[in-house]
Design a protein around this ligand. Structure first.
Ligand SMILES: C[S@@+](CC[C@H](N)C(=O)[O-])C[C@H]1O[C@@H](n2cnc3c(N)ncnc32)[C@H](O)[C@@H]1O
Length: 105
């Protein structure tokens, strides 16, 4: 599973070719889920939709986070990350895209 979205906002998930859900347009909990480089949940595609699955037990009251790991084509597509994890990549994009963009900077 990966998010495939270039630029803002980071609210789109590609369920399959030709089907992208933009949480900003619908009543969708994804609209409120922040990114962390050490997330406690992930997105799993189910049919034409998706669900959140916990990576580990999440205590009541704790924030649910996912790794956006979105695509990016230019530095302007990179959203600086404020997750605060000691494993923070510095941006919410996937490591692959961050490395590719920084290589040609
Ligand atoms: C799906 S929304 C998440 C909910 C949003 N934080 C809110 O209050 O409505 C995605 C947006 O949240 C912000 N965001 C989420 N996680 C972030 C992070 N780790 N670092 C910086 N901004 C983040 C960015 O502005 C991003 O475009």
């Amino acid at each position: 599973m990966e998010t495939r979205h270039v630029g803002w906002p980071t609210t789109c998930i590609t369920v399959r070719d030709g089907l992208v859900i933009d949480a900003a347009d619908v009543m969708c909990p994804m609209k409120y889920v922040n990114h962390s480089c050490s997330p406690n949940a992930f997105v799993q595609v189910v049919g034409d939709g998706f669900i959140y699955r916990a990576k580990t037990p999440i205590k009541c009251g704790r924030e649910i986070t996912i790794d956006y790991a979105h695509s990016a084509e230019t530095e302007a597509d990179l959203l600086p990350c404020k997750c605060g994890s000691k494993f923070c990549r510095g941006y919410t994009a996937s490591e692959e895209f961050i490395k590719a963009i920084m290589r040609y900077k």
